[in-house]
Design a protein around this ligand. Structure first.
Ligand SMILES: Cc1cc2nc3c(=O)[nH]c(=O)nc-3n(C[C@H](O)[C@H](O)[C@H](O)COP(=O)(O)OP(=O)(O)OC[C@H]3O[C@@H](n4cnc5c(N)ncnc54)[C@H](O)[C@@H]3O)c2cc1C
Length: 468
């Protein structure tokens, strides 16, 4: 569904737009859509909302749009509600969805513990967006299919957005929700020549690059579509996602204060996992409990420890927090045990005519992995060299975080500067803040941040009345 279809009857409202605050959301992935929902539900005064993204229809961005329909999300239904304070909202939506109910065994009474395909989550987000919009006759929404290339401060502390449209109006508030950035159609190197590769490759062989959920997803997609060849997964650190527990793992975490310093913190967490297992609980419960402490813990670490974590421990942390539904994990383990898929640790180099140049970990000698397919499943980080980001830095509107993983932001997504000050009216929601806020790439954290930002925006538009 595209948003344009929703607004045909709203054209007469256009004349009133200039009188109300203007809000721009740059990016229509999950973070952008979620912030739009939060604004419509939270800000009680009229406003005009403009959504920018070159993806031609409202989409779930990298996370929700590109993957095949049946890709399973790796978060349980109970953690995917877009209604703040109502963790049952997605479950209720599924229960009232006749098509979904008919497709699952009647024996399943509710869906809080299950994992669902991306397309269903995406439908739910669109529907909640449409409902929020339908309930607000005082809001106008406009969709622009241009990428935003620069943002500048203009007179009256408003923002000028540069895109292909030279006549963009000024905005009072801008929310950056650009996630992992624009996908560059020219970035992919040409595929290995199938004819040449087939001559050189004795047995069909596919190489998958990456180690997160996407690589496992791609492997299972290949198998489901009948691919019987050998698969090699190339991972820099060699950690594949761990498994979820069969039932939800309620968060637990020791009550004692955490020690200082990275090595002691690691020992503390390992010990907590061991004790949880001895008491009949799971290490997954401890990892879920750790999420509640992650922000204060991250803030307390000196820059040196943050760098060390990023270089040596992030891959392990990610493999334990971004877990696979048990059934998927079992399939992965079977693939590895039977040798049909092999995990190799090392660095992927350039592509050659018949495969990929590869340097195994601990070696300096490059070898060639002959393969007829090379699929890049690495998750990109936000691109700080993109013109949009560079424009923010040069205008003094934002700065990179300590690790240059994204922008330095507060919990509600306000970019902050060297002296700790923030720029009124500017927000960055979602993975753009990953260097400042651990787990801000996950749905529950994005939902909370979107509502916190919306509440702040509501207060600014109508300072006398606290946003409801
Ligand atoms: C395969 C996969 C599975 C996942 N599963 C889960 C899960 O089960 N549970 C969970 O909690 N999280 C999951 N995540 C993570 C989470 O969903 C994402 O981190 C989150 O959705 C990020 O969305 P986003 O909108 O911030 O970014 P993106 O999805 O990257 O979207 C950004 C959008 O911004 C647009 N854009 C970028 N630059 C510009 C510009 N200059 N101008 C205009 N538009 C621009 C892009 O075109 C894109 O549409 C998953 C992620 C992936 C990749």
């Amino acid at each position: 569904m595209t948003v344009q279809g929703l607004f045909s009857g709203r054209a007469n409202a256009a004349a009133q737009i200039s009188a109300v605050p203007r809000v721009a959301i740059v990016g229509r992935g999950f973070s952008g859509m979620m912030t739009a929902i939060a604004l419509m539900k939270t800000v009680r005064t009229p406003f005009h909302l403009q959504l920018f993204d070159p993806n031609s229809s409202v989409s779930g961005g990298q996370a929700l749009a590109s993957a095949r329909a049946s890709t399973i999300l790796n978060t349980r239904v109970r953690d995917l509600s877009v209604a703040v304070g109502d963790s049952d909202d997605f479950n209720d939506w599924l229960c009232s969805n006749a098509a979904f109910r008919a497709a699952v065994p009647a024996a399943i009474p509710g869906f809080r513990q299950i994992f669902v395909p991306k397309e269903i989550f995406s439908d739910y987000v669109y529907q909640r967006f449409s409902e929020a919009l339908a309930a607000r006759r005082d809001i106008t929404v406009q969709v622009c299919n241009d990428p935003v290339v620069a943002i500048r401060r203009s007179h009256g502390n408003r923002f000028l957005l540069e895109s292909a449209n030279p006549a963009n109006p000024l905005f009072d508030t801008v929310i950056l929700a650009t996630g992992y950035g624009l996908s560059d159609p020219h970035a992919e190197e040409p595929d290995v020549s199938p004819i040449r590769a087939q001559r050189l490759v004795a047995r069909p062989h596919a190489v998958l690059l990456g180690s997160g959920i996407r690589v496992v997803d791609q492997l299972l997609q290949l198998r489901d579509s009948g691919y019987a060849g050998q698969v090699t997964i190339i991972s820099r650190h060699g950690f594949l996602p761990q498994s979820h527990t069969p039932n939800s793992a309620d968060p637990v975490f020791p009550a004692e204060a955490l020690p200082e310093g990275l090595p002691d913190i690691m020992r503390f967490i390992r010990q907590a996992c061991r004790e949880a297992e001895e008491q009949g609980r799971s290490w997954q419960s401890v990892m879920n409990g750790l999420r509640k402490h992650a922000r204060s813990l991250w803030r307390s670490l000196p820059a040196r420890d943050k760098h060390q974590f990023n270089r040596h421990l992030r891959a392990i942390y990610d493999s334990h927090r971004n877990r696979l539904p048990e059934a998927m994990h079992l399939r992965l383990q079977r693939e590895l045990a039977e040798g049909r898929t092999v995990l190799r640790r090392g660095r992927a180099g350039r592509r050659g005519l018949s495969g990929l140049f590869f340097t195994p970990a601990g070696s300096s000698a490059e070898e060639v992995l002959h393969a007829e397919r090379i699929i890049d499943c690495r998750c990109q980080a936000p691109d700080l060299s993109a013109p949009l980001m560079q424009s923010l830095f040069s205008a003094g509107l934002a700065m990179p975080d300590e690790l240059s993983l994204g922008l330095a932001v507060t919990a509600r997504g306000e970019p902050f500067l060297e002296d700790g000050s923030t720029v009124a009216g500017l927000f960055a929601v979602g993975p753009l803040g990953l260097g400042s806020l651990p787990d801000i790439d996950l749905v529950p954290e994005i939902v909370s941040q979107a509502y916190a930002a919306a509440e702040r925006i509501g207060e600014c538009f109508y300072p006398q009345v606290k946003a409801v």
